[in-house]
Design a protein around this ligand. Sequence first.
Ligand SMILES: Cc1ncc(COP(=O)(O)O)c(C=O)c1O
Length: 388
Amino acid sequence: MTDRIRDFLRVRRDLGQDEGPVMVLDLDVVRDNYTAFARSLPDTRVFYAVKANPAPEVLSLLAEMGSCFDTASVPEIEMALAAGATADRISFGNTIKKERDVVRALKLGIRLFAVDCQAEADKIARAAAEAGVATADVQVFCRILCDGAGADWPLSRKFGCVPEMAVDVLEHAHVQGLHAYGVSFHVGSQQANTEAWDGALASAAMIFRECALRGIGLSMVNLGGGFPTQYLKAVPGVESYGDAIFRALTKHFGNQIPETIIEPGRGMVGNAGMIEAEVVLVSKKSTAEDEVRWVYLDIGKFGGLAETMDESIRYRIRTEHDEDRMSPCVIAGPTCDSVDVLYEKQHYPLPVSLSIGDKVLIEGAGAYTTTYAAVAFNGFPPLRQIVI
Ligand SMILES: Cc1ncc(COP(=O)(O)O)c(C=O)c1O
């Protein structure tokens, strides 16, 4: 926890304003993260993945620092524009777009789009005609599948196509008059293996070669996100990722290294945010001595901690009694829904002295929390965010 967050929470408590869970996000940490990405991957443009945390303060800071933005929808494009990014610094990186949204994006000045099949490239070509934009001015990159091995939050088969098909998709885009610009992939979110980019870069290099044989000169590789934040398990620093990626680029592209882009989300904002929540109930399901305790918090899966699904993301939870003896607990949220359990398969050690009304601090909560919170499930309001 940063000193600024600690001071902020203390003042808030002294003023008696600490009702309900809150996520506090320290912009200084985001600033440091951006600097670390820019230093570790010096010849790469950073496109912050807005979906990780679209707080206007975060977007404005990053826009000021020179970041570009990866967006998933027209509202995210509008948020990035409102934060001061120009349209040439924004990509529409979702491979699943309504054609009318592509038209709207083009009218807002966006010229960089992701595709993973010919039908999506067709939509973009038609949308360009409707928006009165020359197809040659519209850049498309084709996303390829990655197995997500080594990632705590793999992105499955939903996005991308096999590398061999990407060659055809890019050729199709080229025939439509679009600018076939390059290849993208995502190695899976919270990727702990710095070597995970190697296989995807080998495929990207193959696609570049095949397209060249068909007379299409690709020039860009979008290396995606996947850079981890610190939860319970230790993870390598961003410099190690930069080194491994540079080695893989050199290995597969030799002295013709393409233009590169990264799209960090979690790695940019995860460690900047901390949730303060409250213990609502501590109980047992039987009087047996060895029965685990159930600790119910005022935040759960529907209040912003959706990434505890399948216990994929294991947050570090701190309490004021962490010096005491620990015992295994099940941790659950406050709603009347039985799936609202955070950790049960693998019990979570918490201090035996933890009791009703105590505050807990959930670290590494700056990414994929506030926007995941339900609007009013069971009457609970969405997670509040305060940016300091
Ligand atoms: C296209 C795209 N880029 C970047 C990201 C950000 O990934 P991460 O938070 O792992 O950095 C995502 C996350 O889902 C994504 O879908």
